[in-house]
Design a protein around this ligand. Structure first.
Ligand SMILES: [Zn+2]
Length: 217
């Protein structure tokens, strides 16, 4: 069928120029078939992957993540019981306690890496993907997406979880530790954020933004 073939070719004729994220080599890449992945010819880093439904899947992980984020912050992560006293700690109260203990810088780092950046990532991703899905892209979409991509690595939930686990092992002899529902939500939140990052295909969003821009110009 030559007619459908030529149509197919013209739809896929777009060639992307991409700089390798690892070695900055500029490569031209034709459109990929579904589930196809391209790698850098020089350093073998993953350049592009074309996953089916990447936007829907990423949106699902982001919404799940946001619900888990809210649960993580509503209840205490854990409670410590010793000599008749119970001390409950949540994500925000940890940052606040550090501030009160004259550790303002540490307090700020905890606040940014465990609260501000994860919240920005989740809300921002949901906002952008809904805009892309409903074709309501505005002038702020591209700068916001660029900002989100640049802060992607700033969330440090895993490290915070590791610190909690270390503290638990050390405190286990001294105090009774009661795990809060938030701790489980927090672990699942880390999983959701990893899945979100894995399923997001930035090129899908950039292509939509570029198409929209060409239409408006
Ligand atoms: Zn490379």
């Amino acid at each position: 069928m030559p007619s459908s073939n030529s149509h197919h070719n013209s739809a896929n004729a777009q060639v992307n120029h991409i700089a390798c994220p690892d070695c900055d080599l500029i490569l031209s890449i034709p459109s990929l078939a579904v589930n196809e992945v391209t790698y850098c010819t020089r350093c073998d880093a993953t350049l592009l992957k074309n996953q089916k439904n990447s936007i829907n899947r990423t949106l699902a992980f982001a919404i799940t993540g946001l619900i888990l984020f809210i649960i993580s912050n509503l209840f205490p992560l854990l409670s410590l019981k010793a000599i008749g006293l119970t001390q409950e700690s949540s994500l925000l109260s940890t940052a606040f306690a550090l501030f009160q203990a004259d550790q303002p810088l540490l307090s700020l780092i905890i606040l940014l890496t465990t609260f501000v950046f994860p919240a920005t990532t989740l809300v921002g991703t949901i906002y952008i993907l809904i805009q892309v899905k409903t074709n309501r892209i505005n002038t702020y979409t591209a700068p916001l997406f660029r900002f989100l991509r640049s802060t992607d690595a700033w969330g440090m939930l895993e490290i915070f979880l590791l610190a909690i686990l270390v503290a638990l092992v050390k405190l286990g002899d001294v105090a009774d530790v009661i795990y809060g529902v938030s701790l489980y939500a927090f672990c699942l939140l880390i999983l959701s954020l990893s899945l979100l990052s894995y399923s997001l295909n930035p090129q899908d969003v950039w292509n939509k933004l570029r198409d929209k821009q060409e239409v408006s110009i």
